[in-house]
Write a new protein. Structure first.
Lengths: 269, 269
């Protein structure tokens, strides 16, 4: 059996390209369609109600492309609107929360896990609830880090100011003696070095996107939905806006050339 | 003559409340209707095309309320879409660029003016062009400061990291020996102290919102459009999203209690 339909991935913006990067690593033969809602980014500072409206529209963009699975790369959407995507979709839906939480439970020895993310993700307690469900003996401690996204987008990944900000955000978590930390936002892997240094290399950093890509690979294998073609796979990128420096920033997140990017009209259609 | 219709003010989000604050100071008897597009904020990192689409929709929200004048508090909209607002509106339209540039020309003695703003505002060269038109002998130097908005919203106005970031952004402008600096974004007045310290109190800081409020007062006076009623004026606040901490952050920007905030449905209607 072979299923050449693309994997659909959506995100509030370009951060989800770090998830595409992980997918191309674990599933190098899959066609992928990405949609980034760059005209309305960010979602992480907005209310659940608005994020749920946007998530429904983003899902429809991917469904128009006959995707075989929907990967919700955006942590905020995964946290507050996964049910919206699932209800709308006839294909399997994978968010980043459960895979990220599972990877953290496997990584922690002291059963003390930290979670960082946007205000929306942290306020939802989605990771905390997932951790508890997977292993009720795990204690979770969370911290919103609103400045990390603009710092990653500005490319200030090694800047002294970023170190200071990381220190301030992460200090309460160090007091809790966590030994695993979920990077609960697509942008945070770009700040991995500064986070790792701030935590004195003593905490396992869990990239939810990476964990999600592995979960998608397992799911496609189990369901017999992998693409068996060995033709060069097709990666297609759709966005609702093509702002200044889009390609530069996007390629930094994706880790390779973006190629042609299509703009889809503003919402709703 | 007395015109009790409200002044309409719109912005990409809550930053424009600093302009409302200046308006209530200069025009304490005017009714004001504010619209903040908090569901799609920020505009400053988005393309001119998208900002123009949003500006048209924002204008329509205010026009439905029979405003007597439209004040475009958002620097990015004023820079890239003022013509869109003007074309759509039968009432006078005032943006923040010309008043800000005029105030800077009056303030500079060395004829060397700096401009800071969002990527969208700076790339448009709107302030630079306005300065040249008002006084061709003025030299302008501009710098985008993308991290200033999230820092102001996070409330980190006195933080060491903010000082470092301000130093980095403003350093090229100090080399140009500017003696006036346009704060070309509604959020920047909240960082006035750190900017002033970074520039060693040697540069006149021009608050475009303040200059705009003064321009609006003059215009209403000249056109006989002031409200002569001495009843307590009515301030009404509309937003497209009511995110977490909205009231806290909004009241910091406005400098007074917000009262009831109305949510308008997502766009387009």
């Amino acid at each position: 059996m072979s299923d050449s339909r693309p994997i659909g991935v959506f995100d509030s913006g370009i951060g989800g390209l770090t998830v595409v990067r992980a997918l191309t690593h674990h599933l190098p033969h899959e066609n992928i369609i990405y949609f980034g809602d760059t005209a309305r980014v960010p979602y992480g500072s907005k209310s659940p109600q608005v994020v749920r409206d946007y998530a429904a529209q983003d899902t429809d963009v991917l469904l128009q492309h006959k995707v075989k699975i929907i990967v919700v790369a955006c942590n905020t959407v995964s946290a507050v609107a996964l049910d919206v995507v699932q209800k709308r979709s006839r294909v399997p839906v994978v968010g980043v929360i459960i895979p990220g939480a599972e990877a953290a439970v496997q990584a922690t020895k002291k059963k003390r896990v930290g979670v960082i993310g946007t205000v929306g993700t942290i306020k939802s307690d989605a990771y905390v609830n997932a951790l508890r469900q997977i292993d009720p003996s795990v204690q979770a401690f969370s911290q919103a880090c609103p400045l990390f996204v603009p710092l990653a987008e500005e490319g200030w990944t090694e800047h002294k100011a970023t170190e200071l900000i990381a220190k301030e955000y992460l200090f309460p978590l160090t007091l809790e003696k966590i030994d695993a930390l979920i990077l609960g936002c697509t942008h945070y892997p770009l700040l991995r070095n500064v986070i790792d240094n701030t935590l004195h290399h003593a905490v396992a950093l869990i990239d939810s996107g990476e964990a999600t890509a592995q979960a998608v690979a397992v799911l496609l294998e189990e369901q017999g939905m992998k693409n068996m073609s060995r033709l060069k796979p097709n990666l297609q990128f759709y966005v609702s806006d093509v702002p200044h420096k889009f390609t530069d920033v996007g390629e930094r997140f994706l880790g390779q050339r973006l190629g042609k990017v299509h703009r889809v009209p503003a919402f709703p259609a």
